[in-house]
Design a protein around this ligand. Structure first.
Ligand SMILES: [Mg+2]
Length: 141
């Protein structure tokens, strides 16, 4: 059972709009019982703000699932007993989400529904473990 750290913008939401199928992805993780945190690259947004944004788009998660990116990886891993193996980070930005994941020793999933493109991957000096068109297509969690 993998632990999942999931970015919001570009993965679950495009602005305030649901990215098609991302609600099914989150619901599947909850049903499977994967430990989950969702995070943002905008630290000024509180867990309550994020909960309201996702809720308005149709993804209903309690506030305890939300973290700002600065604290997310550390807090999440601490909660899981400090283990980075068996934890996957899902993000749309190679140079924030994916690089942070690689540096933390995590399995990484890049989705192409947001910031980074396949061309960006070809130009980068590092690679995500997996690449999917969007969250709905992820089949490794
Ligand atoms: Mg993002």
């Amino acid at each position: 059972m993998k632990n999942v750290i999931c970015d919001i913008d570009g993965v679950l939401l495009d602005g305030n709009q649901l990215i098609e199928g991302s609600d099914a992805f989150i619901n599947r993780l909850l049903e499977q019982g994967n430990p989950l945190v969702v995070l943002t690259n905008y630290p000024s947004q509180t867990a309550g703000d994020l909960r309201n944004r996702l809720g308005a788009a149709g993804i209903d998660l309690p506030e305890s699932y939300f973290y700002t990116s600065a604290m997310a990886t550390a807090a999440f891993l601490k909660k899981q007993g400090g283990h980075s193996e068996n934890t996957v980070i899902v993000g749309d930005n190679l140079h924030t989400d994916i690089l942070a994941g690689i540096q933390a020793g995590l399995e990484t999933v890049l989705v192409l529904s947001g910031f980074s493109s396949e061309e960006d991957v070809e130009r980068a000096a590092f690679r995500p473990t997996h690449i999917f068109p969007n969250a709905a297509a992820i089949n490794v969690v």
